[in-house]
Design a protein around this ligand. Structure first.
Ligand code: ARG
Length: 276
């Protein structure tokens, strides 16, 4: 099996000019979850590029071989079909990064699609014959936040290739982008009344009127504390995107939320694909 950290180091040494630029490259833990299906019709290809049609979700590398994502991003059928994980990529439209086959996943047993509950899953990946190294940036896991649940008013950021505007099938963004956010109390948003739980939090732009947000295609991706950079959340859902007076909903990672679930999921027998 390929050792991704050694691999990443070798790539960096070989192609130093391929490293990140600007704020976009500062997420060496950013993962892409994508479909290995390539049988697109000419009609589909007339509308969107193959990388765009294949993109599903974001994720966070949390340990060698393990990517944390949202439950709605993966299921056993997708694993069986051959869904893949990409690491070390900035641009998706030139096949950057290193890709791996997802060989198993553990989804939260209480995941509820309609109500976006317990939207967390862990993905395990392995190298296979299709694993290849394009031009890859740095690859490194992000530590999980160890501390009490975040209050409102904390500076965080999210990253991903999600849609730049609200709507169905708007197309994803080829370049990884990061967006500065600040945690807010979901209870301050009437549209989320009764729709969020204690293990979720909301985040929006840092200044009044700033509609910064994540959107479709960012799901499963990282919500990161500004300082120190640790994983505090998973992109979960939202009513629309980039709306004034709204916010995105994130699943919390902290001392009281999901750190224990993650540890148990990683330690579970390889046959386990659902865990409470
Ligand atoms: N559920 C979306 C996805 O599958 C993420 C939506 C986040 N929405 C928001 N307004 N923050 O990619």
């Amino acid at each position: 099996m390929l050792h991704i950290l050694l691999l990443a180091a070798a790539i960096q040494a070989a192609e130093p000019e391929q490293e990140q630029e600007g704020e976009t490259g500062a997420s060496p833990w950013q993962a892409e979850i994508y479909s290995n299906f390539t049988g697109w019709t000419p009609e589909e290809l007339a509308e969107r590029d193959p990388w765009d049609l294949a993109h599903r979700c974001g994720g966070s590398l949390i340990a060698n071989g393990w990517v944390l994502t949202a439950a709605h991003c993966i299921d056993q059928a997708k694993v069986d079909k051959g869904y893949r994980v990409r690491l070390g990529a900035d641009y998706l439209d030139n096949d950057e990064g290193v890709t791996f086959r997802i060989d198993r996943m553990v989804r939260h047993a209480d995941w509820n699609k309609a109500e976006h509950l317990y939207d967390i899953a862990l993905i395990h990946y392995v190298a296979d014959k299709d694993t290849h190294v394009g031009s890859a940036g740095p690859i490194a896991p992000i530590p999980l936040y160890e501390g009490p649940p975040l209050e409102a008013g904390v500076d965080v950021y999210a990253s991903g290739w999600g849609q730049a505007e609200e709507g169905k099938d708007k197309g994803f963004q080829a370049e990884l982008t990061a967006v500065d956010l600040r945690t807010v109390d979901c209870a301050d948003y009437p549209q989320y009344e009764g729709k969020t739980r204690e293990y979720q939090m909301c985040a929006t732009g840092r200044t009044p009127g700033d509609d910064a947000d994540t959107c479709t295609g960012d799901s499963g991706g990282p919500l990161v504390l500004d300082d120190p950079q640790v994983l505090v959340g998973v992109v979960n859902w939202g009513i629309g995107c980039y709306r004034a007076d709204s916010a995105g909903v994130y699943l919390r990672i902290d001392n009281e939320h999901f750190r224990d679930w993650i540890a148990r999921a990683m330690a579970a027998a390889p046959t386990v694909n659902e865990l409470r």
